[in-house]
Design a protein around this ligand. Structure first.
Ligand code: C2E
Ligand code: MG
Ligand code: MG
Ligand code: MG
Length: 288
């Protein structure tokens, strides 16, 4: 590589590109292997009725327990998993586990699951999900799927028919990270959503920035106007919680209520508050 001698800049540039590429290839390989080896696990974040403080549901958030890298964030592995065409397979595996986990919870506790825009491009998505629900014996009305605005400017006709098929069976549809994407008010009006989730970037700044509190106010009135219930995500402090309570009847989630937990931790929490499902409650009389 004699020509690199006089062009050190390029040499360094190429070297770092090469490292990046190698790291990316290793990640990709690790993800493929991790899916087969079941290294991906569901964590759960509480969703609470802000008015009563009562636990309403859990959002499943994927984590990768990588033997090499430790606990890896979905922000790292979801985009790559989408790119290598394995997101549907990963999502199905995670949902299988989540449907089992949620059988231990009180029947009134819902399960929310994030669905990638890549999955929604599959015209058979609704059929596959409904089939999986039947196979897992999980009641569709306990499931909420969360989709982001980026799903909406692809094939609105297909998204509408997918949403409609799922809703006809009782599955609820939430529009996640609302306010960060490009959905038009027209799409919001014409697609049958069940809930809006205000992105945490607005909630976090609620008390620091007047702009953000106006945006949150506007989203809440918009939701009300459309008859949609609202969840605020990213509640980190009592002050923010108090502000949100003043703004109306909302659900919320965030680190104030605790960080996402494993299935075991969730069960321990539910046991303490007496909200395990009847079936998973230990029998009152030991079997003779
Ligand atoms: P999201 O659906 O908007 O989930 C909320 C994210 O905000 C989660 O990050 C959660 O841990 C974090 N969060 C919640 N409350 C707070 C808070 O009070 N403060 C702060 N700073 N953060 C908070 P996480 O788990 O890293 O997930 C990131 C994103 O990855 C999710 O955003 C979701 O879009 C995506 N994701 C997670 N699991 C899955 C999955 O199974 N499938 C797909 N397609 N996407 C997933
Ligand atoms: Mg979400
Ligand atoms: Mg969100
Ligand atoms: Mg968000």
């Amino acid at each position: 590589h004699a020509k690199k001698q006089g062009k050190n800049r390029y040499f360094w540039f190429e070297a770092s590109m090469e490292n990046e590429l190698r790291f990316r290839n290793e990640l990709e390989l690790g993800i493929r292997r991790g899916i087969i080896e079941d290294e991906f696990v569901p964590y759960y974040e509480q969703q609470v009725d802000l008015e009563t403080g009562e636990l309403a549901g859990f959002e499943m958030l994927a984590r990768w327990e990588s033997p090499q890298l430790g606990l890896v964030s979905p922000e790292v592995f979801i985009p790559i998993t989408e790119e290598i065409g394995m997101i549907a397979e990963l999502s199905e595996k995670l949902m299988d586990r989540a449907f089992k986990d949620a059988q231990d919870w009180d029947e009134a506790i819902t399960l929310s699951v994030n669905i990638s825009p890549v999955q929604l491009r599959d015209p058979w998505f609704a059929q596959k999900l409904l089939k999986q629900l039947v196979a897992s014996n999980f009641p569709p009305h306990r499931l909420e799927i969360e989709i982001t605005e980026s799903c909406l400017h692809e094939n609105v006709g297909m998204v509408r028919s997918t949403i409609t098929s799922l809703r006809n069976q009782g599955v609820k549809i939430s529009l996640d990270d609302f306010g960060t994407g490009y959905s038009s008010l027209e799409q919001l009006r014409s697609l049958p959503f069940d809930r809006l989730k205000i992105d945490r970037s607005f909630v976090r700044e609620l008390r620091g920035s007047e702009g953000c509190s106006k945006i949150v106010d506007a989203i809440i009135s918009l939701g009300r106007g459309l008859g949609l219930p609202i969840t605020a995500e990213g509640i980190e402090s009592e002050e923010i919680l108090a502000t949100l309570k003043d703004m109306g009847n909302l659900k919320g989630q965030g680190f104030l209520y605790g960080e996402p937990e494993t299935a075991e931790e969730v069960c321990a929490r539910l046991k303490k508050i007496g909200r395990l499902s009847k079936a998973s409650e230990p029998a009152a009389e030991p079997v003779p």
